[in-house]
Design a protein around this ligand. Sequence first.
Ligand SMILES: [Zn+2]
Length: 251
Amino acid sequence: MSWWIGVGLAGLIGLVAWQTRLLTLGGALAATLVGASVFGAGGIEASIPMVAFFLSGSLLPRALGRPHSTEQRTASQVLANGLAPMLCCWGVALYPALQTTFWLGYAASLATATADTWATEFGTRFGNPAWIITTGKRVPPGESGAVSVAGTLGGAIGAHLIAGLCIPLTGSSVQAWTAAALGVGGMLLDSLLGATLQARFHCHECGRIGEKPLCCRTPATHVRGVRWMDNNMVNLLSTLATAGAILIIRG
Ligand SMILES: [Zn+2]
């Protein structure tokens, strides 16, 4: 029953997000699937942290006075952050005996997604200087693989906020600390993957090395990293890794 209420509520939020151009149609459908799974498995208590993550990603740029992108989020972007928490919700529903473990995985993967989002926002706004996590090379703030003091602090605050909102699911504050710590670890893993495996492309028009295979409306040449490893894939891997880490720790 609660799954159908979830489909209705999540579909409504997805519809509004599509109509207000926060999400593409595919993004709205993906968000409906994620939202319905979260509500179906954990009702309002599980939905609050997910909605907090979603809203903070949209509102932080405005709150920090940063010019926010008008880019609509696609299904890939939604699933990059939402797939790991959604799978944990399926785990709760399918294996009720392990629900505390799966809720911890939910909290940790959502904390990672939030930490990464907040780190990008705080890092881009206040994160000068920023350094590549592997080499220490100075780079402009906001680049994949870069870390800064403001970005890391902002990300850690986001991870703790989400982990705190998950206490009704995970039970104790000790568990919440674990989820928050894994969220911070997942954020650092995200930077590490961004600096190493994430693809970079050289544009022959403007001469820049960027993260997109298309630049200046022309195909750019793949120069390093794994060709298909884009920012979404890096987010997906780091959120899956934190959820997986919980299963290993507790299993
Ligand atoms: Zn270019």
